[in-house]
Every structure is written in C-alpha cells, then in structure tokens.
Design a protein around this ligand. Sequence first.
Ligand code: SAM
Length: 290
Amino acid sequence: MTCKRWIAETLFESLGVRTSFAVERVLYETQTDHQHLVLFEHKHFGKVLMLDGATQVTTRDEFIYHEMMTHVPLFAHGQARQVLVVGGGDCGIAKEVLKHPTVERVTQVEIDASVLAFAKEHFPEMAGPVFADQRFRSVIDDGMRYAAETDQEFDAIIVDSTDPQGPGAVLFTPAFHAACKRCLRPGGVLVSQNGVPFFQPDELLASIGSFRRLFADAGCYVAAIPTYVGGHMAMGWATDDSNLRHVPRETIAARHQAAGAFPTRYWTPEVHQSAFALPRFIADIVDRAR
Ligand code: SAM
C-alpha cells in the first residue's frame, strides 16, 4: 500500500501549530521568481493552492473569503465603479467584483505572473469568467509600487495578499496603506486580508494602528474560513466615510436586489451587518491599536 504524502501548512510552526493535508495527487509544484507554489488535490477541500507553506485558496471554501472580502465593501459603498485588487492572482476576488453591475473596471495588480498563468490553467472556474470580462484589467507589478505611482483613482481597494512574509510583507506596512489612501477616491473604502487574530494578533494591531493614523474610520470585520486555521479571519476596514459600516440592512438588501440578486453561499445582508460585531478579544485588539 503506497503511503500518502502529507503537505503541511507551516505558517504557524513558530507557535507549535502545524496543519497537514493528505494529498490525493499533486497537480503542480514549482519555485516561482517570488515563492514556492504547490497545487494538490484533497478529498475534502478539492484543489488546494499553497504559497510558501501557507494555504491560499481551496475550491471547497473559497466562496466564504471571496464573498466577504468583496460584497461587504462594495454593497456598503453602493456606487463603486473603479475597483483595485492588490494580489488576488487566483482571480477569486475579481470574479466576485465583476458580479456588481456598478463596476466599470476592476484592475488586478499581482506581482507573480506565474500565479496568474497557473490560475487560468488550474482554476478556470475563477479565472475563466474574469478574463472573458471586458471590465477586467490585469497588471503584473508590486502592489506597493503600483499604489504609490498610479494616476488612477479607485472607489474600493481590496488587498488579497499573502501573509506578511516574502513579497507580501510590504503590503502590511504604513507606507503601503498611505499609498492606497493616495489613490482612493473621497468616500472610498480599503479592505485587506489581515490574518487570524487568535494566532496573528500583532498583524491586526499594526494594520489598524496604521489605518487609524490615515483614515477617519478604521477597524475590521470577521468571517471563519475552514482552511485559514485559527478561527475568525480579520478583514481590515479603512475609510473616511464613517457611515459606510452602518448602512442599514434594508439598504444593503435593496442594493443586492438592484445588482440582480446574484446568488451567494455565505454573504447575506444579515451576515454583512453582523460581521462587524466583533468578539471581545478581537475588539480589544482593535481598541488598543494606535
Ligand atoms: N486569499 C489568500 C490569503 O488570504 O492568504 C491570498 C490569495 S492570493 C493568491 C495572494 C496573492 O498575493 C499571490 O498570488 C501573491 O503572488 C500576491 N502578492 C504577494 N505580494 C504581492 C505584492 N507585493 N504585490 C502584488 N501581489 C502580491
């Protein structure tokens, strides 16, 4: 009987935590110019993509993260026309953004061209509809340089980055947040993947502190993604329009109707609103941030 290979998530090894997946089949593995990339089949999670030992996306639970990172800021804003996605090479976020008819253009700035090429081949269910949409614009660049230099302006910026290691580290710095503020239109909103507070409290503390120095309203909302181990994932929230997080449920529901009431599997107007009700230990991190 052949022994199955197990692939470990090593992001939290320093905490003495390691999660391993039994591999049905390795579909693709390479060292890109920026990171180690492996895609494998798993009997429960389907296709699993890992970059530098951290789970990025699985076909089984991607909908939770992608819907919450996209529909919360876009339905809160209500009139987003220009959207910037930083990172997001698997195209899961762009796919959700393009469900919003108000959106005239989504610009995706991904540093690693091989992740994009790989997504077209191995995640056609996400990349296919995106590359077929005229409103999609793909840029291969460092998100820091792009946000600091672009003359474009955006109503929403969604930072779907790797963790603060390797190429992703710069996307958790005050310099990057300031660059995002620079290309965000008045009343625009910035959201960012901000780790799992139970294992990565300092990451959230630092980001909220940085947001608080730049924006009138800084905080986070949460969702639980099975393969982002450690409980709630925090999604950083920053805007100068403090009303955006308080848009009534009825208005959110009406905006979803006006957008054609496209089907969702996690996001609902109620989940949208309740995602800002933080568990005490996460609220304490947000309150402490300076
Ligand atoms: N949802 C995943 C998560 O929460 O961990 C992230 C998925 S997405 C694949 C992350 C992407 O960010 C990767 O494709 C990576 O190449 C890209 N990335 C990392 N650093 C970047 C940078 N400085 N500029 C632009 N893209 C970057």
